[in-house]
Design a protein around this ligand. Structure first.
Ligand SMILES: *Cc1c(COP(=O)(O)O)cnc(C)c1O
Length: 470
């Protein structure tokens, strides 16, 4: 399997190189030359398999020569052994034809673990084979940083530097990042905002000398390997509900469009999907785009579902690439307009193609609180505020089509967002026992000024990849 950039001006790469590169050198995102298909019989035979085995079968066609069957099975086994639920991604029914897919049983209690646990092990394996080291630098407003730290802690070939805004993340989120003891993990509390951290990160990636000297690698949500890892739970949950003999719809709490894009990829591979429903919070750029065709940036509004507080849904570019007939020149045009005038209009035919498979609905703050309260009142089940945006969107779809089952993705454990849950139902969900220790474990972090030069120097002094080259 080969990969091409959505902007058409970067070299074609194999999976291993896409895994390490993250972003394409022309600023685009890598997409497979074509989507591999799974035959109906292959999909049906996933029924009853352990999650690690099913995911290896689903992911394999994307990897080319990167890992053979046995290597891949060893990687998925190892990745998912860190999960606290034996089903890895269990389904729970909360209403007629409405199911919640729990994706939060990994080490950091958010769905990002599903992809990141596998990504970390894949990267380490590729680096070992090439006898290289890499340095991962990430900026986080919470969940991604913790997931990356847990995935890479103690790995031999990778050093991780995570920037987060000093005194602006929740206690639990900070402690998840700062109490990990491994020597290859470095947390940097930046005296600035999340946007400042993100802009320092971008400047580090633009600096070719720095990039080369530390072997900079990206693990943010545009990394294709993360999308691929996420396709697996669309298959396993749909098969549990009767696919491929029956269509299933999905509702997905959406920020950067990485998770719901994985559902779209599953559909391209042959999974019979009804609708893919995009759930947004007040940062409703995708809901506005599907309604009007106009993709238009506005400021970010902070909400009780912070992991969806984004301005740009980066992975949407991969969908645009497909619905524009894979015409990279048109994508360059749209993205140029986005840079220059903060928006673009999706042409009528591509917009129709998007609407044929997707629908979107926004949950504003009161809707989210009401959804957590309603689900708890009716079933005793506690949703976190991200999952609640999905369920809110799923109920709207069921009102239109009550006959097709819908799976709503629960992307975080409610204990991660206790304040929002308490507002809705009057009680705080306790942290699972295996995480309780972080509340009094020793924290380790370095406070740095909002200055790209100081951050670069801090990283260069500590990255083992840098030491190997001097
Ligand atoms: C990252 C995240 C999301 C959004 O996922 P995308 O792939 O960026 O659309 C939703 N919920 C939680 C809890 C997250 O951490």
């Amino acid at each position: 399997m080969r990969y091409i950039s959505t902007r058409g001006e970067a070299p074609e790469l194999a999976f291993e190189d896409v895994l390490l590169a993250g972003l394409a050198s022309d600023g685009g995102l890598y997409a497979p030359v074509s989507y591999p298909g799974l035959a109906r019989g292959d999909i049906a035979s996933l029924a009853g398999l352990p999650y690690a085995e099913a995911s290896a079968r689903i992911i394999a066609p994307f990897l080319g020569e990167a890992f053979d069957g046995a290597e891949l099975r060893a990687l998925t086994q190892c990745a998912y052994s860190s999960f606290r639920h034996s089903a890895i991604a269990p389904l729970t029914q909360i209403a007629d034809n409405l199911f919640v897919l729990e994706l939060f049983h990994g080490p950091t209690l958010a769905f990002k673990d599903v992809a990141m646990q596998l990504l970390g092990r894949m990267m380490d394996a590729v680096l070992a084979r090439r006898d290289l080291r890499a340095t991962i630098v990430g900026a986080t407003s919470g969940d991604t940083g913790a997931a990356a730290i847990e995935a890479f802690a103690g790995l031999d070939r990778v050093d991780v530097f995570i920037l987060y805004p000093h005194e602006r993340v929740s206690d639990v989120q900070r402690r998840q990042m700062t109490t990990v003891e491994a020597a290859n993990i470095h947390t940097i509390a930046l005296r600035g905002s999340f946007d400042d951290a993100q802009s320092i990160l971008k400047s580090l990636f633009r600096d070719a000398r720095f990039r080369e000297s530390v072997g900079l690698a990206g693990v943010n949500s545009i990394n294709w390997a993360r999308v691929v890892a996420q396709t697996a739970y669309y298959f396993t949950s749909a098969v549990a509900l009767g696919a491929p003999h029956r269509e299933v719809s999905f509702a997905v709490p959406t920020g950067n469009f990485g998770d719901v894009l994985a559902g779209y990829v599953a559909e391209r591979m042959g999974l019979p999907v009804g609708k893919l429903v995009i759930g947004t919070n007040s940062n409703d750029i995708l809901a506005r785009t599907l309604a009007s065709g106009r993709y238009e940036l506005r400021g970010v509004t902070p909400t009780q579902s912070p992991s969806m507080d984004i301005q740009i849904s980066s992975n949407f570019e991969r969908l645009l690439f497909d619905v524009y007939g894979r015409d990279a020149a048109q994508i360059r045009g749209l993205m140029g307009a986005l840079d220059q005038s903060k928006g673009f209009t999706v042409a009528p035919a591509p917009l129709e193609a998007i609407r044929a498979e997707f629908e979107a609905s926004a949950a504003y703050e009161a809707d989210t609180t009401e959804e957590i309260a309603r689900t708890y009142r009716e079933t005793g089940y506690i949703l976190d505020p991200h999952a609640a945006t999905g369920v809110h969107a799923a109920r709207k779809r069921l009102a239109i089509d009550p006959a097709t089952p819908i799976v709503s993705l629960a992307t975080a454990h409610p204990a991660k967002f206790p304040d929002a849950v308490e507002r809705a139902i009057g009680k705080r969900p306790p942290l699972p026992e295996h995480l309780a220790h972080i509340l009094d474990a020793r924290e380790r972090f370095t406070v740095l000024d909002n200055d790209a030069g100081k951050v670069a120097a801090f990283i260069s002094e500590r990255a083992r990849a840098a030491r190997a080259t001097v």
